[in-house]
Design a protein around this ligand. Structure first.
Ligand code: T5A
Ligand code: NA
Length: 213
């Protein structure tokens, strides 16, 4: 039975990128695609604004509350930890999770404010490590031209430039860069290929690891 469970585990797929790079659009398209292929999949997002911690984060992001930079960093991390056991059980029982932002957003955004990079990484240690991180690559200038920019706390060009620099530091060989300036359908096709490969690897028994691996 254990062998079967391992063989059928779901993949942990994370999409990262600057604000307005197209993550949410692509995440929902991916989940529909996977379901159409008969692959059990769910859309997750961080911050998860539905929890108590998530509501504190949401108030901060919309500028209705002020918090110390370290405090909000730890809340973002706590918001991932409170979903950890559910995340693991979903993966172990064969559901692929398409996750809109994860620990990399946590570290990149807080480092962009000037917090120590290594300090920022510590609270993420031990969370499930993604099987693949897809980075939706767009310049801060191009992203700013897209709809709805300017509403929330971090949606300012100068700040997004710093975030882009920290994403570069976090980038490793396991990341897949996709040019996010292509038409939505072209980005979608590339993501489908990356994610199908990843799901196959996980079904073959690739073990789930933890951050920072
Ligand atoms: N944050 C987050 C932290 O500081 N620490 C953390 O630990 C975490 C998890 C909220 C903020 O919190 C920060 C990061 C964020 O600043 P959020 O709720 O994910 O994070 O942010 P949202 O505002 O919901 O989403 P984004 O601004 O990141 O946008 P998306 O999801 O990247 O982009 P999307 O899909 O909504 O598309 C944006 C626009 O572009 C168009 C879309 O139609 C839409 O109008 N578009 C395209 N246009 C042309 N070509 C394409 N290929 C396009 N793809 C999309
Ligand atoms: Na989004």
């Amino acid at each position: 039975i254990e062998g079967n469970n391992k063989a059928s585990r779901g993949a942990l797929v994370v999409l990262e990128g600057l604000d307005r790079s197209g993550k949410s659009s692509q995440c929902s398209r991916l989940v529909s695609f996977l379901e159409g292929q008969g692959i059990s999949a769910e859309l997750w997002r961080f911050p998860d604004r539905t929890t108590n911690v998530g509501q504190m984060i949401s108030a901060y992001l919309t500028n209705t509350s002020q918090l110390d930079d370290h405090t909000i960093h730890l809340l973002f991390s706590a918001n991932r930890w409170e979903k950890r056991s559910l995340m693991e059980s979903k993966l172990k029982t064969g559901t692929t999770l398409i996750v809109d932002r994860y620990s990399y957003s946590g570290v990149a955004f807080s480092s962009a404010k000037g917090l120590d990079f290594e300090w920022c990484k510590v609270p993420e240690i031990g969370l499930p490590a993604p099987d693949v991180v897809v980075y939706l690559d767009i310049s801060p200038e191009k992203a700013a031209e897209r709809g709805g920019y300017g509403g929330e706390r971090y949606e300012k060009l100068e700040f997004q430039k710093k975030v882009a620099d920290w994403y570069k530091v976090l980038h490793d060989v396991s990341w897949k860069d996709v040019d996010a300036c292509q038409p939505i359908e072209d980005v979608e096709k590339q993501l489908q290929e990356i994610v199908l490969d990843c799901v196959t690897e996980c079904r073959k028994g690739k073990p789930l690891s933890t951050l920072w691996s």
